[in-house]
Design a protein. Structure first.
Length: 318
């Protein structure tokens, strides 16, 4: 039984405590909400604020609806885990230090402040950069048709750096059968598009790997985020002097963590985390498992209702 099926089975016995009775009765395939109940996918304590955050910023939910239907959505998981930190810099810093110990201050995402808001968020979602750094043909709407990060942090380090942390969140995804895709469904030649950035002398990707072998997920996604991080720093976005990518995956999702789909790495790395670190080095890449992040949040937050909800929903993955 793969992780998707195991996780569907695990959460099925908990849904009556997570969703309304009507939502449970109309659930499809044990994990898909009908359109009328999509907002119930978000933790009730931040539901209204999170949905408004996405709406006012014209951020697209996956599937392009009011929220995502799948209970096992990685986009929803990122929001449930991270949205409570939007206005909680001290709690956010305490959690970030678990995987980046040199972080000393959480900084606001100043580029994402709306005119009607009194302050900038300390976490944002589906950020694309202030400009089309990767020259993508359909760039423009966050979360749709172009490279967007699942979440973005900004913080100061003990060395005085202002660092951006671009988060790639995975949940029930599996890429064991993924293939190299040189041309997108829209006809874009991907190596032609990203090749010039990959082959720049200061590229964050080692030259040996700047080839079409990276055009296979999950490495294709990580490659684009790494390029975006690098270009944001070169442009001095939000005064950033460094940037790195953070990959979050469930430890229990073995099919995902061992999906070495990039042929040059087959046999030299056991996990996608180890493989990507070989390509970009330690300073540009961080990783933490969802289970460890959950334990860290439970230990650091004062919001016990949120901690209990997250434990019920995402605890005991197997």
């Amino acid at each position: 039984m793969n992780f998707l099926k195991r996780e569907t089975n695990r959460i099925s016995g908990r849904l009556s405590r997570l969703l309304s009775a009507d939502a449970c009765q109309t659930l499809r395939d044990g994990r898909l909400l009908k359109d009328d109940f999509l907002p119930e996918n978000i933790y009730p304590g931040v539901r209204e604020q999170a949905l408004a955050f996405f709406k006012t910023r014209h951020i697209s939910w996956h599937q392009g609806k009011a929220c995502v239907s799948s209970i096992l959505s990685s986009q929803v998981a990122a929001v449930n885990f991270l949205f409570p930190f939007v206005n909680q810099p001290q709690e956010l810093l305490a959690v970030v230090k678990a995987f980046i110990p040199e972080a000393t201050e959480a900084l606001p995402i100043t580029a994402d402040r709306r005119a009607e808001e009194t302050s900038s968020p300390f976490v944002t979602f589906e950020w694309m950069g202030k400009r089309n750094y990767l020259n993508e043909p359909k760039w423009g709407q966050r979360g749709k048709n172009a490279t967007s990060v699942d979440a973005l942090f900004r913080f100061r380090t003990e060395h005085g750096e202002i660092r951006l942390l671009l988060v790639e969140w995975k949940y029930a995804e599996s890429y064991q059968s993924a293939k190299v895709e040189r041309v997108s469904r829209n006809g874009t030649n991907r190596l032609q598009l990203y090749g010039p950035l990959l082959n720049q002398p200061d590229s964050p990707v080692q030259p040996d790997f700047a080839s079409d072998e990276l055009l296979v997920n999950p490495f294709y996604q990580l490659m684009r985020l790494q390029l975006l991080a690098h270009q944001m720093v070169k442009a001095g976005e939000m005064e950033a002097t460094s940037a790195s990518v953070l990959l979050i995956t469930p430890r229990a999702n073995g099919e995902l963590n061992t999906a070495i789909t990039c042929k040059p790495l087959a046999g030299v790395a056991k996990t996608i985390q180890e493989a990507w670190r070989r390509i970009v080095g330690d300073n540009r890449f961080h990783t933490i498992h969802t289970e460890d992040l959950l334990e860290c949040i439970k230990a650091k937050t004062a919001d016990r209702d949120w901690a209990d909800y997250m434990t019920l929903r995402y605890g005991d993955m197997n």
